[in-house]
Design a protein around this ligand. Structure first.
Ligand code: K7E
Ligand code: CUA
Length: 655
C-alpha cells in the first residue's frame, strides 16, 4: 500500500510539472523557426503528402487532416449524429446508429486502423472502434463515409480495438471492463472469478469489407486494454494487454495497482479460427445490431442478430498464453518485423520487450510460471528480450519508423523517447506540450511504416493556443523524424480527443476518392432522376415529396394541401453530376437537422407541420450565384380542411 501511495503521489507531481506553461521550446525562434515553417508549408493549391485520420474520441467521429500542413479536410461522422450533413438524422442514415439498446446518438471513438494486404496499408477501408457501446465501424476510403457498424455483444468498453491482421482477415474487439457473461443481476462484490473478458474476432469479407463476428474468446475477467496483431513471422497471433488482474471492483486507482505484474494475452487466432471452423466452440446468447449502408440504395438498414460462438480459451490447447508485464500495461505494440512485442507499463519507467521466438520456445518447453484460471503464464525471464530504460515516466504507446527505431510516448513525463530496436538504447527524447497519449507514424501499425513524420497526440493543451474559455481542443504536434534527432516542427489543434490516428501516403488513396455519385446508379427507393417525374403523394397522413434539386431551384418549389398533423417526407435527389456541388435542404420547424445532398444522391428529411400557414424551405449550402433564390413554400392548412394537394415549379400546378 505504501509504495502505491508514493507512486500515486509521484503521478500527482508529474501532472503538476505538466501544468507549468513552457513557451520556450527548442525550435521556436530565429532561423530554426523559418526552416521549420518551410517544412510544414504547403503552398496554396498544393496538396499534402499524407492523409492523417484522427479519432474524435468523445466526438464519436473521425477527422481527416493533411500532413505536414495540419489542415483539417473533413469530419467523417461515425458513431455520433452530425447535423452538419444530417448523418444520424436523415431517414437514410438513422439506422447506422441502431444498437441492441435502441438508437444511440453518441459514441466514443478511439483507434482508427487502415486495412492491409501483406502487412502493408492498402487504402481500402479504415476501421474504428467505439468504447462506450461496443461497436466497430468500417469507413470507405473511396467515399470517406461510414459504410458499416457492427455492435459487439457481451462486451463493455470496446477499447482493445479496432486493429486489423496483416491481410485484414480479422478486426478485433476486446472488453475493457470485465462483465458477467452472459449479463445477469449479481452482487458486484462477487466479481472475482465470475466476470469475464471476451475478446471478439470479426471476419472481414475481402470483396465487400463486410464484417461478421466469427468467435468470442471468453477470457478471464481482467480489463483488456489494447491490442496489436502479430505480423510477418508472428502473423497468426494477436496480443492484448490487460490490467486489473487483481479483479478489483472499486477504487481501482489503488486496488488495481497491487499486482507487480499484469498480463499480455498472446492469442493464436489462426488456431482458434480453425477450431471454430471445424465446429468448435459453443453458441451463446448475445444480441447485437449490424448496420450497413448500401451505396446503391443510399440507405442504411439494421439487422438484429442473435448469438455468437464462444470459445473457452482452455478448450484449445496451445492457443492462449499470458505474458507477465510490470505495472499495469496500457499499450502493446509489435515492431514491423513481427519479432518484438513491446509492453508499456503505465506506472513504470521501463518498457518490456518480448521476443516472439523466445515466446515460441517457452511455449514449446512449457516454461510456465503457473497459470491464471487455467491459462498458462509464460515465465517472464524466458520471454523477455530486453528493457528500454527510458528515464521517462508513464509509457503509453509505441510506434516504429521502419528504420530500426521505436518511439514511445510518456504521459507523466510528457515526452517522446526514441530508442533502438535490438540494443534498446535511448537515442533521443523530446518534450511534448503536454501529456502525450498516442503517437502516430503513417503505417506505424504495419510492416511498412513511412518514417518521415511523427505526430504526438497530446491530452493537455493549456497555453499552446489563444485561450477560448475552459474548454480547449486537444493539440497535435508534428515532429520531423527523418534525421537522427526528432525535430518538433508544428503544432495544430485537433477535434474531440484523438486517441489514435492512422496515416497513409496521399498517393495511395487520393485518386480513388469519389467525385460524385452517378445518377444512373442511384437506386434509392424515392429517387427521381428528372424534374418531369417530381410529384407529391399522400397516403393517409403521410405525404411523400419526390423532389429534385439543381442549380438554382427545387422541383417542386410550391406545395399546397399539406395539413397540420401530417408527416411530410421530403425525398430530395440532387441532379448535379459535378464534383463538389452539394445542395442543402432545411424546412422551418423541422425537428431534425438539415440534410446535405451530394451530387447524384437522394436524401430524406421529415417534417411534421404544427401550425397553419405558408412556410418556406431553402438550400443551406451556398451553391451558385442564385443560391439565395433556391427556396420554396409549403402551404399548411387545418387538419380537416379540403385544400387540394397540388404542387408546381414555375407556372402550372400539378395534382
Ligand atoms: Cu491510450 Cu483509447 Cu488508445 Cu487514448 S487510449 S491515449
Ligand atoms: Cu443549392 Cu444553395
Amino acid at each position: 500500500m505504501k509504495t502505491i501511495q508514493k507512486l500515486l503521489l509521484g503521478l500527482g507531481a508529474g501532472l503538476l510539472l505538466v501544468g507549468c506553461g513552457n513557451n520556450s521550446n527548442d525550435n521556436s525562434s530565429g532561423a530554426m523557426a523559418s526552416s521549420n515553417a518551410e517544412q510544414v508549408y504547403v503552398a496554396p493549391g498544393e496538396h499534402d503528402e499524407f492523409y492523417a485520420f484522427m479519432s474524435g474520441g468523445y466526438s464519436g467521429n473521425l477527422t481527416v487532416y493533411g500532413l505536414p500542413s495540419g489542415r483539417m479536410f473533413k469530419e467523417i461522422p461515425v458513431f455520433s449524429q452530425f447535423p452538419t450533413n444530417g448523418y444520424g438524422y436523415s431517414e437514410e442514415t438513422k439506422a447506422m446508429l441502431n444498437t441492441s439498446f435502441g438508437f444511440i446518438p453518441w459514441g466514443d471513438s478511439h483507434h482508427p486502423d487502415i486495412s492491409q494486404t501483406n502487412g502493408e496499408l492498402d487504402g481500402r477501408w479504415i476501421f474504428i472502434n467505439e468504447n462506450n457501446t461496443p461497436r466497430i465501424a468500417r469507413i470507405s476510403l473511396t467515399t470517406f463515409e461510414t459504410d458499416e457498424i457492427i455492435e459487439i455483444p457481451n462486451s463493455a468498453g470496446n477499447h482493445a480495438s479496432s486493429y486489423v491482421t496483416e491481410n485484414t482477415e480479422y478486426v478485433v474487439a476486446g472488453t475493457r471492463f470485465a462483465v458477467p457473461n452472459p449479463q445477469k443481476d449479481m452482487p458486484i462484490d462477487d466479481m472475482k472469478g465470475k466476470f469475464k473478458g471476451p475478446l471478439t474476432f470479426i471476419k472481414v469479407d475481402q470483396e465487400t469489407g463486410h464484417m461478421s463476428i466469427d468467435f468470442q474468446l471468453n477470457m478471464p475477467g481482467f480489463n483488456y486494454d489494447l491490442s496489436h496483431p502479430g505480423r510477418d513471422k508472428s502473423h497468426g497471433w494477436f496480443f492484448f494487454t490487460s490490467y486489473n488482474t487483481e479483479e478489483a471492483n472499486s477504487m481501482l486507482e489503488v486496488n488495481a495497482s497491487q499486482n507487480d505484474k499484469d498480463f499480455i494475452a498472446a492469442v493464436n487466432w489462426q488456431m482458434i479460427a480453425e477450431y471454430v471452423k471445424n465446429g468448435g466452440g459453443t453458441k451463446v446468447a448475445g444480441t447485437y445490431a449490424h448496420n450497413k449502408f448500401d451505396e446503391s440504395t443510399m440507405t442504411a438498414t439494421t439487422e438484429m442478430k442473435e448469438g455468437v460462438i464462444s470459445v473457452d480459451p482452455r478448450e484449445v490447447e496451445g492457443a492462449v498464453y499470458y505474458i507477465p508485464v510490470p505495472k499495469s500495461p496500457h499499450g502493446v505494440d509489435v515492431d514491423p518485423s513481427g519479432q518484438y512485442i513491446i509492453g508499456n507499463g503505465k506506472l513504470s519507467t521501463q518498457l518490456s520487450v518480448y521476443s516472439f521466438e523466445k515466446m515460441m520456445k517457452a511455449i514449446e518447453d512449457k516454461d510456465y510460471d503457473g497459470d491464471a484460471y487455467g491459462i498458462p503464464i509464460l515465465s517472464f525471464e524466458s520471454v523477455l528480450e530486453g528493457v528500454v530504460d527510458s528515464g521517462g515516466l508513464g509509457p503509453l504507446h509505441t510506434e516504429f519508423d521502419g528504420k530500426g527505431n521505436g518511439y514511445t510516448t510518456f504521459f507523466i513525463s510528457s515526452e517522446v523517447v526514441k530508442w533502438k530496436i535490438g540494443t534498446w538504447e535511448v537515442l533521443d527524447r523530446k518534450p511534448t506540450y503536454y501529456s502525450v497519449g498516442h503517437l502516430m507514424i503513417p503505417g506505424g501499425n504495419s510492416r511498412k511504416p513511412y518514417g518521415k513524420y511523427m505526430v504526438s497526440l497530446n491530452k493537455i493543451t493549456k497555453d499552446r493556443y489563444l485561450p477560448v474559455g475552459p474548454e480547449l481542443e486537444h493539440s497535435a504536434q508534428l515532429y520531423d523524424i527523418s534525421g537522427d534527432k526528432m525535430k518538433l516542427i508544428y503544432d495544430f489543434p485537433t477535434h474531440g480527443e484523438p486517441h489514435y490516428a492512422a496515416g497513409i501516403p496521399a498517393d495511395k488513396i487520393k485518386s480513388q476518392s469519389k467525385k460524385y455519385y452517378e445518377l444512373e446508379e442511384n437506386n434509392h427507393e424515392y429517387a427521381v432522376k428528372n424534374e418531369a417525374n417530381t410529384r407529391v403523394e399522400r397516403n393517409g397522413n403521410e405525404v411523400h415529396v419526390y423532389a429534385t434539386t439543381v442549380r438554382s431551384h427545387f422541383a417542386p418549389d410550391n406545395i399546397e394541401g399539406i395539413k397540420v398533423g401530417d408527416k411530410v417526407y421530403f425525398h430530395i435527389t440532387n441532379l448535379e453530376q459535378d464534383f463538389d456541388v452539394p445542395h442543402g435542404f432545411a424546412m422551418i420547424g423541422a425537428n431534425t437537422s438539415e440534410i446535405l445532398i451530394m451530387p447524384g444522391q437522394t436524401k430524406t428529411i421529415v417534417w411534421e407541420p404544427k401550425r397553419e400557414g405558408v412556410w418556406p424551405f431553402y438550400c443551406t449550402d451556398f451553391c451558385s450565384a442564385l443560391h439565395q433564390e433556391m427556396q420554396g413554400y409549403v402551404r399548411v392548412s387545418a387538419k380537416n380542411s379540403n385544400t387540394k394537394l397540388r404542387w408546381k415549379l414555375d407556372e402550372d400546378w400539378n395534382e
